[in-house]
Design a protein around this ligand. Structure first.
Ligand code: C5P
Length: 322
């Protein structure tokens, strides 16, 4: 079976606050895009890779990732994916869609997704249990009013790569005006069953400056992005392949702690200091230097949780939930 991986990398990355699109930002000596493609190659599942970038960066991307097919993307992620599907051609039996913004995704996650598609599932996504208590709010009031507390045991934070049989992904994108934050969302709308396999904390999406900092710390800790991914993937795989869901989520906690405290021995202390000012920030109290740091970080995070996050870095005319 032929496997093609489509890498949407055409976002502007405005939430990252860098001067260039996210995929072209440095991550430990190479771009996020290069790290992402290296991760795909390391995973060893792909026969071909299609990279989708902003139109004005197609030539740059061809230089950075010469062994891939590079095409220009659209204004919305779903449009970029459709450009990738077209470029992938008719030969792939299995299509994976993998955000460039998740460059540290371990090979084992790719393997799980592809294995599940090969086993007969038409649409497969990696997902993680949710650690925080989640509340639905009415955002029209300020401070936002809580409407309900959602049962987190039934929720998963969904990552990429998302894997599809060719017919399933084509059907999901058959409506070329369809927009969603992921491809499984479009598949669901068509009545295609989507299945979840265990994801990995390392498949985190780099969206905010805080995410970039964590990713850079992880890379710096191990010396190279490739090594980080391989080292970390093994325990995560064991964690989530255990039969008891509760045990798996308990085990994933140290992995989170591990990543937030990556770097040197003092990093853990720094991380916990920072978590407190974030609270102060939301209550608009605190004016110390720590408070200011928190304030800088919390702003993108706040935007993250707004409708902008659900729709990514897309112009208003493409937003479904303005
Ligand atoms: O913006 P969001 O976080 O949803 O982006 C997820 C992935 O989709 C990123 O890798 C980004 O570069 C890509 N994307 C794209 N084309 C767009 C918007 C986002 O390829 N128009």
């Amino acid at each position: 079976m032929t496997v093609s991986v489509i890498v949407p990398a055409a976002g502007s990355g405005t939430r990252l606050g860098q001067s260039k699109p996210k995929a072209f930002v440095d991550l430990g000596g190479r771009t996020i895009l290069e790290a992402c493609v290296a991760g795909i190659v390391e995973a060893g599942v792909a026969d071909t890779v299609v990279v989708v970038v902003p139109a004005d960066l197609v030539d740059d991307a061809r230089r950075l990732v010469p062994d891939t097919t590079v095409v220009a993307g659209g204004a919305h992620r779903s449009e970029s994916v459709r450009a990738g599907i077209d470029a992938a051609g008719p030969d792939a039996d299995i299509l994976l869609v993998h955000d460039a913004a998740r460059p540290l995704t371990p090979p084992a996650v790719f393997a799980r997704v592809v294995d599940a598609v090969r086993a007969g599932h038409r649409a497969v996504v990696p997902g993680l249990p949710v650690a925080d208590t989640l509340k639905q709010v009415d955002p029209s009031s300020g401070p936002e009013r809580v409407v309900a507390t959602v049962d987190r045991d039934l929720l998963r934070a969904i990552q990429t790569p998302q894997g599809f049989t060719r017919d399933a992904l084509l059907r999901a994108h058959a409506d070329d005006t369809g927009l969603a934050t992921d491809d499984a969302g479009l598949a669901e709308r068509c009545g295609i069953e989507v299945h979840v396999v265990p994801g990995d904390p390392l498949a985190m999406k780099i969206t905010t400056p805080w995410d970039l900092r964590i990713a850079r710390d992880i890379v710096a800790e191990a010396g190279s992005a490739g090594r980080v991914a391989s080292e970390r993937s093994e325990p995560a795989y064991r964690d989530h392949s255990s039969s008891a869901g509760r045990v798996a989520s308990e085990r994933s906690e140290p992995a989170y702690r591990d990543h937030s405290s990556a770097g040197d021995s003092s990093a853990g202390r720094v991380a916990s200091e920072r978590s407190e000012p974030a609270y102060r920030d939301h209550s608009s109290a605190g004016d110390s230097s720590a408070g200011r740091v928190a304030s800088e970080r919390s702003e993108p995070a706040y935007r993250d949780h707004s409708s902008a996050d659900r729709l990514g870095d897309h112009p208003p005319e493409h937003r479904r939930h303005p």
